[in-house]
Design a protein around this ligand. Structure first.
Ligand code: MLT
Length: 315
């Protein structure tokens, strides 16, 4: 509690607002809310950081989220809580390889997930997050556009099935969601036959097929709040359970099992990079903030265009 109070004071002194993802540590999420910041998905984080008047945006999440905040607010100082927090989807989509993929399919509209580097975003026509991907692809499909999609293959194939759009998929995956297994989920479902199954579409198709609700973190959270069921089985990073338990008190939330399940780790669905966002890491960042995230100017303009297109579509 003393550390949290000290951090709240430092945030204020440095005119900094804390913007945290649902997958971060509960202490970080609580501190963000207690100090006038936000907890949300990557789209909400981007929007909040862009609109807030603080001169420094402190991003508790992974690298691409801080980079997007800087691209959208170049005049602000943007700090990441931890510089090494990255994302397997981003790592699995190298800009040079992606350039060749795009060049081989010039007839396709290039749609990339927010979980990519600025260098990949700069090559895209559109950036999307999981909460708006379906709407944007539906919109493009209605215009008769063929799509090149990157990097998450599970999310891409889910959207392809939902919209019927012609989509060529990059073969990336999220190391957390890729681990959910249909057999394990079926076993938990048979123990809790009345539970609603909430699944993130970065999960394999066999897991998505068992869901009552498929959606982004914000959409799953909304389902947890609004549905009359008492029990929910949740297949996404377990960081989301904190907000679910806070906003839907009295309900029971169970972790969907992963392949890595063991005696010490019932659900291993925790992103190791999100876990770097601790109060201690935040303390160190605030004591030595430095200049913050920099994005090369040649990439910034292209990435800003495709990101801003999503923000305008969402508005
Ligand atoms: C995001 O957009 O933040 C991630 O895809 C996770 C989610 O919110 O669904």
């Amino acid at each position: 509690a003393a550390l949290k109070q000290a951090l709240a004071k430092q945030l204020k002194e440095q005119d900094a607002v804390l913007v945290a993802h649902y997958y971060t540590d509960p202490d970080i999420q609580d501190l963000a809310l207690e100090t006038g910041g936000c907890v949300g998905d990557s789209l909400e984080m981007a929007r909040f950081g862009q609109e807030h008047t603080a001169s420094t945006v402190l991003v508790a999440g992974v690298g691409f989220m801080a980079e997007s905040a800087k691209i959208l607010s170049p005049e602000k100082r943007v700090l990441a809580v931890h510089d090494e927090a990255t994302c397997s989807l981003d790592l699995g989509c190298a800009p040079e390889d992606f350039k060749q993929f795009c060049a081989a399919h010039p007839d396709r509209e290039v749609v990339v997930y927010a979980n990519t580097s600025a260098a990949v975003k700069a090559q895209a026509d559109w950036v999307v997050t999981s909460s708006i991907a379906l709407d944007i692809v539906r919109h493009l499909h209605a215009q008769g556009k063929k799509i090149l999609w990157a990097p998450d293959r599970h999310l891409g194939s889910y959207i392809q099935k939902q919209t019927g759009a012609d989509m060529l998929l990059w073969q990336g995956s999220c190391l957390v969601h890729d681990e959910f297994k249909a057999d394990g989920l079926k076993a938990v479902m048979s123990e809790h036959p009345d539970a609603q199954v909430l699944v993130h579409p970065e999960s394999p198709a066999s897991v998505v097929a068992l869901a009552n609700v498929v959606g982004s973190t914000t959409q799953l959270l909304r389902a947890a709040i609004n549905h009359s069921a008492d029990t929910f089985i949740v297949a996404t990073d377990q960081g989301i359970l904190h907000a679910m338990r806070q906003q839907a008190p009295g309900k029971t939330f169970l972790a969907a099992p992963t392949a890595g399940e063991s005696a010490t780790c019932k659900s291993c669905a925790y992103c190791p990079w999100m876990a770097l966002n601790s109060l201690e890491a935040l303390r160190q960042r605030l004591s030595q903030p430095g200049p913050g995230i920099q994005v090369a100017s040649d990439l910034r303009e292209g990435a800003r265009r495709s990101l801003q297109r999503m923000m305008d579509f969402a508005a």
